[in-house]
Write a protein that binds this ligand. Sequence first.
Ligand code: FES
Ligand code: FE2
Length: 467
Amino acid sequence: MSQGSPPEARCPGPSARDILLADPAPPPAVLLAESPVYLGSDDIAYHEYTSPDFLADEYEHLWSRTWQWACRDEHIPEPGDYYVYDIGDRSALIVRGDDGGIRAFANACLHRGTQLKPPGSCGFSRSLRCPFHGWTWALDGRLTEVPAEWDFPHVAAADYALPELACGRWGGFVFVNWSDTAPPLDDYLGVLPEHFANWDLADRYIEAHAQKRLPANWKAAAAAFLEAYHVMETHPQSVRTTGDANTQYDVFDEHVTRFLQTTATPSPHLADADRPTEQQMLDLLLARKAPDDTIPQLRDGQTARDGFARFMQQTMGARYGRDFSHLSTSESIDSIEYFLFPNGFFFRGLQFSMVYRFRPDGHDPDHCWYDVMMLRPRPPDGRPPDPPNPTVLDVDDSYAAVPGFSKSLAAVLDQDTSNLAAQTRGFKASRKPGQTLGNYQEVRTRHLHDTVKRYIAQGKSELAQSS
Ligand code: FES
Ligand SMILES: [Fe+2]
């Protein structure tokens, strides 16, 4: 996929692809695929972050008609289990039926509108009973009870089934879409099924889950996780062991982008004199993971990538009772992040195995909610442990409080979110009306904004035609 004209400038030095090609355990073809795209160099107007009207347009034209992951299968494993996914004023009640199928209903009573289940809730119910007057629906949405039925001769059960929303599943995730004309989820997913064909996210469980309120528009918060350009300044502890300027960015289709950031390689920014040896990189990477006297010594010619990948395969294999020795070097240690517009970040890797989700916080353009889940391999018997309740963090709370998050992960996430309040203030204080993006390293942020604006323009155009 290539749009626009060059520039095709890239960071000098080895590319992510060069590094993968030199690995002793070669990567699958999908990790060698490249799809660089030039989408232009115009500034992105700050009002796309700060304007309540722009947010209202997003709700009306984008969140109303895109596929969004709402929960995992294991949130609702048994008939009667439900999960509520909210986006702005919309609320989906996702229910496992007696037939084992999963359905999504608009979370509102057909009597006088009361929400059937509270926002963000997850639980078990034999039926869907409204807490106000007790109208009741079966798990498949059939109306089964109207108290004082004599007063409602005009209510025929056949006309009062709970309205269903489009619902689909991929990779152990349940997706919903509020549009009656939504494209099939499989079409919407673009390259994802192909790229995850040998990396089954359904074979994972949620080990840890944090839900944090962030002081930024949802797009600004998401953008902090769409590029590695910030690593040098925001995560200085990582530059000796992490590629940054040579991270690969791919735009695959309308809804899917990716970055591939190598681990156990130094930042190309480092001067030769500051570049660590292979053994020093391995020592740095394992400093928090293993006692000093157990850190392996690399053989002659062995790379830190190879040593670290083997260490990860062995320690994760022992921890989760699985054999990972067949994995490529890259899949074992690299940060390989796919973004599915508008709310899904899925990692394809053994070490980095997060899932993110960003959503606006109600009608406030300056705040959003950020979910971070750690997905880990299911036990050998395939039965996932129960999902943890999310640890809810407010703006100033640290990720260090989240059970299951390592100190280093918490520190990185705290760094990632530490710039957001200043950025939001700067959007409003700026004399310059927009932000200036890098052509290559920040192309995924441009793609995000382009896609938002395409949905809004399309929605407005359809409205104009129908009026
Ligand atoms: S509002 Fe639901 S039963 Fe009355
Ligand atoms: Fe970061």
